[in-house]
Design a protein. Structure first.
Length: 194
């Protein structure tokens, strides 16, 4: 039995991650909506194989600008939004069916665990905060959320008093040094263009 939420994401050149994760997520979620920003790998073909709805967009270099397309085309009231390098924990997946039954809440703050990235010399090159944790709004009623099309912005609820907060790690974020180096260079280029 699948969970009646829309899994939404925006991807660009993420074929290996999509091939690894979409077959698993296909069995978990009732709907998957993906926006593929112009990619040179097989991201589009893999998305078409596993997702219910796939949309193409030009490559903006960051996902936030394409998120409204995901929102507009979600069929279910509740959405779980993930980046392709993020994985929901087993406990979070088990809890989602109960969480979305709430009539008093429009979404949940979901604590993340960012695993540190080490270079070949063993030096730590990335951590989100001193304890490598962040909190983000990723499970929500998409009709009650707005998004800003700028790099590294988050989702904003229309009414913060209707947002709950979970007290355990819900999503894990892992990258190799090579993945981090590629993403870091891309983000620096984008930030330099503002």
């Amino acid at each position: 039995m699948t969970i009646d939420v829309t899994l939404g994401m925006v991807v660009h050149n993420e074929a290996p991650r999509l091939l690894e994760r979409l077959p698993v997520w296909r069995k978990l979620f009732s709907e998957i909506v993906i926006v593929v920003q112009d990619s040179t790998d097989k991201s589009l073909q893999i998305a078409n194989t596993y997702a219910d709805k796939v949309y193409r967009d030009i490559c903006h270099g960051f996902s936030e600008i394409s998120r409204p397309v995901v929102f507009k085309n979600a069929s279910f009231q509740w959405m779980l939004y993930l980046d392709p390098d993020e994985n929901p924990t087993e406990k979070f997946i088990q809890d989602i069916p109960n969480l979305i039954q709430s009539t008093e809440l429009d979404g949940y703050i979901t604590p993340f665990l960012h695993y540190p990235v080490y270079n070949p010399k063993g030096d730590k090159v990335f951590h989100a905060m001193c304890d490598d944790r962040q909190e983000r709004l990723r499970l929500f009623k998409h009709s009650e959320i707005t998004t800003i099309p700028k790099l590294h912005t988050t989702f904003y609820p229309k009414n913060w008093s209707r947002i709950g907060k979970l007290d355990y790690i819900t999503i894990e974020h892992k990258k190799t040094f090579e993945e981090w180096s590629y993403d870091h260079a891309l983000y620096q280029q984008i930030l330099g263009s503002y």
